[in-house]
Write a protein that binds this ligand. Structure first.
Ligand code: SAM
Length: 286
């Protein structure tokens, strides 16, 4: 499975996805690749050792995490130059997706070295495909900020984002995070929370932010585990003109002071100047 080309002595970096809960999601190709490579870079070597032991894979592990990734990139490049094959795994799911590996892959590609994926589980894709929310377009936002103000500002910015917004949230922050969605969106967003996907207590909760909070209040177990949050915003008719007004204002505010931007936006959109003035002030504060 792991290729050894006779005319190219350089090795390959394999980006290997591991399960996000259910070990049966570990693909045959992933197993074989990890069995055959010379080295495996792992976010947490003790964690990955348990997975490898389960599949009786005896591998040389080295750590590659957020804090040493830039240094390790040179080391991995030298291994590949030496003709060694290397795999990268993270604690769960697909490496580089809210996990380390970006600097490594960018560095290797810049040197013309070969990087190839061994795809498999990824929490965002697993959650989205079973959510019932639109999948034709989506935006993945990774983890959202821990502080409420920064989080609300980010949520506000998604109002002009096309498609479903998907983000990761931790068990400690999920309640406050959804409370902020309620503040910013009221009833105009439909949410689906995918919890413990592929695990024993897999649950999909859906509704408005307030409805989800009520489900949390009724059953604290719903706050346990790992979460993917998906948000689909459907502006009401009124919201739509508000959205357009904001879009126009944001362009005008790049070059004009608030008062002039509001006056110009009123001419362009037909909205009231006073209302636009307040809106522009709010946008400037944000
Ligand atoms: N690289 C991983 C992937 O491919 O999905 C994601 C790693 S990120 C550090 C971990 C976050 O992914 C968790 O905090 C949670 O938001 C989400 N996650 C991972 N596994 C999950 C699962 N089984 N169910 C729901 N969310 C999960």
């Amino acid at each position: 499975m792991v290729a050894h080309s006779s005319d190219d002595v350089r090795g390959t970096l394999y980006i290997v996805a591991t399960p996000i809960g259910n070990l049966d999601d570990f693909s045959k190709r992933a197993e074989q690749t990890l069995r055959e490579v010379d080295y495996i870079g792992a976010e947490d070597t003790r964690h990955s050792r348990r997975l490898l032991n389960h599949f009786a894979i005896d591998a040389k592990l080295f750590s590659l995490h957020d804090h040493n990734e830039k240094d390790k990139a040179e080391y991995v490049a030298s291994l590949l130059m030496d003709g060694k094959n290397v795999a990268l795994v993270s604690d769960a799911g697909t490496p580089l997706i809210s996990d380390p590996g970006y600097h490594l892959v960018a560095h290797l590609r810049a040197q013309g070295l070969t990087v190839t994926p061994v795809p498999g589980a990824c929490a965002l894709v697993a959650a989205l495909c079973a959510s019932g929310l639109p999948t034709d377009q989506f935006f993945f936002a990774g983890f959202v900020p821990a502080k409420s103000k920064a989080r609300c500002d980010l949520y506000e910015s998604w109002k002009s984002q096309a498609g479903t917004v998907v983000f990761y949230e931790s068990t400690h922050r999920v309640y406050d995070s959804i409370a902020d969605v309620a503040k910013v969106y009221g009833d105009s967003a439909r949410l689906v929370l995918a919890r413990e996907v592929t695990k024993t207590f897999e649950t999909f909760l859906s509704g408005t932010a307030e409805e989800i909070l009520a489900k949390f209040d009724a059953d604290a177990n719903q706050l346990k585990g790992e979460f993917v949050v998906m948000l689909s915003y459907v502006p009401e008719a009124d919201d739509e003109s508000e959205l357009e007004a904001k879009r126009v204002l944001s362009i005008l505010l790049e070059d004009l002071p608030v008062k002039q931007a509001a006056a110009m936006a009123a001419k362009l959109t037909g909205e009231k100047k006073n209302h636009l003035y307040k809106l522009a002030l709010g946008m400037q504060d944000a």
